[in-house]
Design a protein around this ligand. Structure first.
Ligand code: NDP
Ligand code: 8X3
Length: 253
């Protein structure tokens, strides 16, 4: 039986690249997100390209009941989940603490932190039953250093880092691996979402250097799943060569 990966936020960016990478390597996929049309298009494309089976679940990870209903309703043949990638997430706005929108902050907290908790809690019974599993949480360099106007987004990613440590400790007894991956700047839909559709402000983020691509991040994430059962990468920071950390970039022009 091929292995199965469940990927949240698979309609775009890293999640979509994770889906292609795991499909290319023989995995069955459960892909999730809110945009059902995109999920169905990706399913069709990956099934025809790689001959793999893809199951789609569309729900908002902020909605606790919808998240549990979707995952608990998986057909029995989809309940053996080997790898869970908690990737769904976003930044909204880049504003001084005193000027930022509380609504933006609540959406980030509800998605990046509470959504990750809901999905993990819903998937864990399947992994515990199988006595193994691998959870990959997508953090950020924003978890490692806080930058100006990063406030609540950085806080949610620091929380993902802390939660990953806690999950790792508490899930040892079930043989479940927990890996936190912290990418630096990568050109996806991330900045367009952050700047609420302003594509020109979004593209300025990547002026003067070559950022990571979603495929770069997918290659590294996939690698962490190729190690023997007794080996776990716990915490991994990945940036483009022009970025040292959240704060330092070498930009040309
Ligand atoms: P994208 O905007 O391209 O993708 C985000 C994905 O998350 C989409 O598939 C979106 O799906 C999903 N998503 C967002 N909100 C929800 C929600 N409430 N419920 C369900 N799914 C949701 O961004 P990236 O691929 O860049 O981001 C993926 C992760 O990587 C995020 O956690 C982000 O914080 C993190 N990250 C990004 C970096 C970057 O520079 N790009 C660097 C470091 C970390 P849909 O809209 O269909 O629901
Ligand atoms: C996304 C990267 O630098 O915008 O987590 O925080 S950054």
């Amino acid at each position: 039986m091929p292995q199965t990966v469940l990927i949240t936020g698979a309609t775009s960016g890293f999640g979509k690249a994770f889906a292609s990478k795991f499909a290319a390597n023989g995995y069955r996929l459960i892909i999730t997100g809110r945009r059902e049309d995109r999920l169905e298009a990706i399913k069709k494309e990956l099934e025809s390209t790689y001959g793999t089976n893809v199951h789609t679940l569309h729900f908002d990870v902020q909605d606790r009941a919808a998240t549990f209903n979707a995952i608990e309703s998986l057909p029995a043949e989809w309940q053996q989940i080997d790898v869970l990638i908690n990737n769904a997430g976003l930044a909204l706005g880049r504003d001084f603490f005193d000027e930022a929108s509380l609504d933006d902050w609540e959406t980030m907290i509800d998605t990046n932190l509470k959504g990750l908790i809901y999905v993990s809690k819903a998937v864990l019974p399947f992994m515990i039953r199988n006595k193994k599993g691998h959870i990959i949480n997508i953090g950020s360099t924003a978890a490692k250093e806080v930058y100006e106007k990063g406030n609540a987004y950085c806080a949610t990613k620091s929380a993902v880092e802390a939660l990953s440590k806690g999950m790792r400790i508490d899930l040892l007894r079930h043989g479940i691996k927990v890996t936190a991956i912290h990418p630096g700047a990568a050109e996806t839909e991330f900045s367009v979402v952050r700047f609420k559709g302003d594509a020109s402000q979004a593209s300025k983020v990547y002026d003067g250097f070559q950022p990571l691509s979603a495929e770069d991040v997918a290659d590294v994430a996939f690698f962490t799943t190729t190690l023997p059962q007794h080996v776990c990468i716990n915490d991994l920071v990945l940036t483009c060569t022009a970025q040292a950390n959240s704060l330092y970039f070498y930009k040309q022009g």
